[in-house]
Design a protein around this ligand. Structure first.
Ligand SMILES: [Zn+2]
Length: 688
């Protein structure tokens, strides 16, 4: 469920100083309103041209650093903050582009060059975060008369500098730099161990795969020795865990799946825990979890612990009802069963959906051909946010399938986005929104890209999409709108630059539009008959989708607890196996399969460290936000305009806690999530 966001990637590049970003290719016109800039690939750079452009950005940033340090006399917004923001603009522009090209460029040599450039930019950002001269200059700016956003910007940058350790002595700063560099290496080793440890099992004949869909069997033919290989890759593994009738097969595959990167990542994880603890200790925090929370909405380790308990209390009663329904399905097969194992939950959930909710997910696909869905997502967002999207034809990109779109507000261009939506060898394999340029009012248009992997339409096949794919499309488009509409006066507070644990809320919210029969009726048409998706099918789809939500929340909460507990104590007290087992036992209703070591392939323990709670935290906010809309008419303009103005347009110019309060009139509460989890029992009509 976790789609890699730009933030996750930014964390990889430089673990603390949010001083990364990217910028524009074109010259920055200083005209107050009408900004024009060439699309990102207009110059069709080869590797040498790309490196030249990036190095020029780094050099420009260095000139701005020199300019700040050279100021004599009083510090002002004009002589210090303006060049400071230019440093961020240049670093961000360089970093966004290299991080993007390392994921999408078709040429492996280009991807390697881009990867090296991402490290170089990350190192520059890390060095800036420890630069006392720049820090002292920012701290000395006279902010009398500055607007609230500018004050907030400076205040927040100073916090980030202090959290990076800028006010420590030279020897300590050198130690911190060494620890940060080591952490970057450890995180990438942790990720690499996961992606490189693809495992597999073999089955002796197709009969063992009974229950799997025909297209799966067609693509898993026996080898010359008659055996069929099933890997731990998601598209290979999840259909087996969901549909295979053989309990032994599902268990065998699950054991391989949840032992990926074990034992090698045990040592890497312990090293990350030690390194992070030392950083937190030097800065003056009791634990990494507490340190890592200091610049987030949640603020402290204590609050994370309390949030996990509140989620547990809210989800457990509903999850218990779901669990008893899954157990009842299991008892049809094994009458004496008294518990459900973790590896069985996918299969049993599917059985419940079929028996209780009369829903087969393949029935929806014919209504979801790629072109229709794309137009539908764009039209929905345009209507919701009062925008117009116009494709720019004939714009060059790194691949011919990439589309370039302008975003117009009242006829005026306010941003641009790119769509790179189909898989190809060597491309990033999940779905994400990636930034391309920060939006700076009067100076630079915001740009961003969706990188996805949906089946490509062909002459005889319109690229039918799964329900989950379309939900993912809406999700990523939610990030994109946030990025485009959040343009500010300063790069450093533009787009999604607020506390990192808010970043999933606007995207998780937009997922809900996919469930609206009203919205679906505008674009979901049968690819052969052009018939609009039947409302009854949508209703069944939504009911079936609702089953298992509380169990999902409990599962996410168990991961939040593992991520928190690993980093909320002294490293000598950390035994990953004991912590994972204890938290799964405490926070889940299913029984852990003996012999698994699932923390070893839990990639977020590297990138998110103690902040995995973010996903449920933002789900709470997203569901609460939806209470401000009319569920029967999600396209109504008034609440959408208010949401745009109060939540998206401020970007990172104030705390996300204030964004929430401004929109809801109060802080977020758990009630909307509770209703969301219980929906299945309120609307379901049991089928006999
Ligand atoms: Zn996301």
């Amino acid at each position: 469920m976790s789609f890699l966001t730009w933030f996750e990637r930014a964390v990889r590049v430089s673990s603390r100083a949010a001083l990364l970003p990217f910028l524009a290719w074109g010259a920055s016109a200083q005209a107050p309103s009408a900004v024009t800039q060439a699309p990102v690939w207009a110059g069709k750079p080869d590797i040498a041209a790309f490196e030249k452009m990036e190095n020029e950005r780094l050099a420009a940033a260095q000139r701005s650093i020199d300019q700040i340090l050279a100021v004599a006399g009083p510090r002002t917004v004009e002589n210090t903050l303006v060049p400071y923001d230019e440093i961020l603009r240049q670093y961000n522009s360089a970093g966004y582009l290299s991080a993007l090209l390392q994921q999408v460029h078709p040429d492996a040599a280009f991807r390697d060059a881009a990867t090296a450039m991402t490290s170089k930019v990350g190192n520059a950002g890390a060095a800036l975060a420890l630069d006392q001269g720049v820090y002292k200059a920012l701290a000395a700016i006279d902010l009398n008369g500055a607007d609230p956003a500018t004050r907030y910007y400076v205040e927040r940058q100073l916090l980030e500098f202090r959290l990076a350790g800028v006010d420590k002595d030279e020897q300590t700063r050198a130690r911190l730099k060494g620890l940060q560099d080591k952490l970057v290496e450890l995180q990438s080793a942790f990720d690499r161990n996961i992606s490189e440890d693809q495992r597999s099992i073999t089955v002796d004949n197709a009969a063992e795969l009974d229950g799997l869909p025909k297209d799966y069997l067609d693509s898993h033919q026996p080898a010359s020795d008659g055996k069929i290989t099933i890997t731990t890759n998601y598209p290979d593994a999840f259909p087996v865990l969901t549909f295979a009738k053989s309990d032994a097969l599902r268990k065998r595959l699950f054991l391989e799946f949840d032992n990926r990167a074990y034992p090698q990542n045990r040592a890497v994880l312990l090293d990350m825990v030690r390194t992070r603890y030392e950083i937190a200790s030097i800065i003056g925090y009791q634990s990494w979890a507490d340190y890592n929370a200091a610049d987030r909405m949640i603020r402290s380790a204590k609050n994370i612990g309390e949030f996990i308990e509140r989620v547990d209390a809210a989800a457990r009663p509903v999850a218990a009802r779901e669990h008893s329904m899954m157990l009842a399905e299991k008892q049809k097969l094994q009458p004496a069963a008294t518990s459900v194992s973790d590896y069985e939950s996918f299969y049993l959930r599917e059985l419940v959906r079929r028996s209780q909710f009369d829903f087969d997910s393949s029935a929806v696909r014919p209504y979801l051909p790629y072109q229709g869905v794309k137009q539908g997502v764009l039209d929905t967002a345009a209507k919701l946010f009062g925008l117009r999207f116009e494709q720019e034809p004939g714009v060059p990109a790194w691949h011919p399938s990439v589309e370039t779109w302008d975003v117009l507000d009242q006829g005026r261009m306010i941003g641009r986005f790119y769509l790179d939506m189909q898989p190809r060898p060597g491309k990033f394999s999940h779905a994400e929104m990636a930034p391309v340029l920060d939006g700076i009012r009067g100076k630079q248009l915001p740009e961003a890209i969706l990188v996805c992997n949906f089946a490509a339409p062909k002459a005889d096949d319109p690229g039918l999409m799964n329900y989950d794919d379309v939900v993912a499309f809406f999700h990523e488009f939610g990030h994109l709108m946030h990025w485009i509409l959040g343009a500010q006066r300063w790069a450093g507070i533009s787009g999604i630059s607020m506390e990192a644990d808010f970043s999933e809320a606007p995207s998780e919210m937009l997922e809900e539009w996919m469930r609206s029969p009203q919205v679906l009726a505008t674009f979901a048409r049968h690819y052969q008959t052009n018939e609009v998706i039947p409302a009854a099918l949508v209703a069944r789809m939504n009911r079936a989708d609702a089953f298992g939500r509380a169990s999902w929340v409990l599962g996410q909460n168990a991961y939040s607890a593992i991520s928190f507990d690993l980093y909320n104590r002294k490293p000598e007290d950390v035994d990953p196996d004991a912590i994972a087992l204890a938290d799964e036992k405490k926070y889940r209703l299913t029984v852990s399969t003996p012999g698994i070591h699932d923390y070893a392939s839990f990639g977020h323990l590297g990138s998110y460290s103690s902040a995995y709670y973010t996903y449920v935290w933002d789900k709470v906010i997203a569901e609460d936000f939806i209470t401000q809309f009319d569920r029967g008419n999600l396209l109504a303009p008034t609440p959408a305009a208010r949401y745009r103005r109060l939540v998206l347009e401020p970007g990172g110019s104030m705390s996300a806690n204030d964004l929430v309060k401004n929109f809801l009139g109060r802080p977020q509460s758990m009630e909307a999530l509770e209703r969301w989890m219980s929906e299945q029992f309120e609307t379901a009509v049991a089928h006999q």
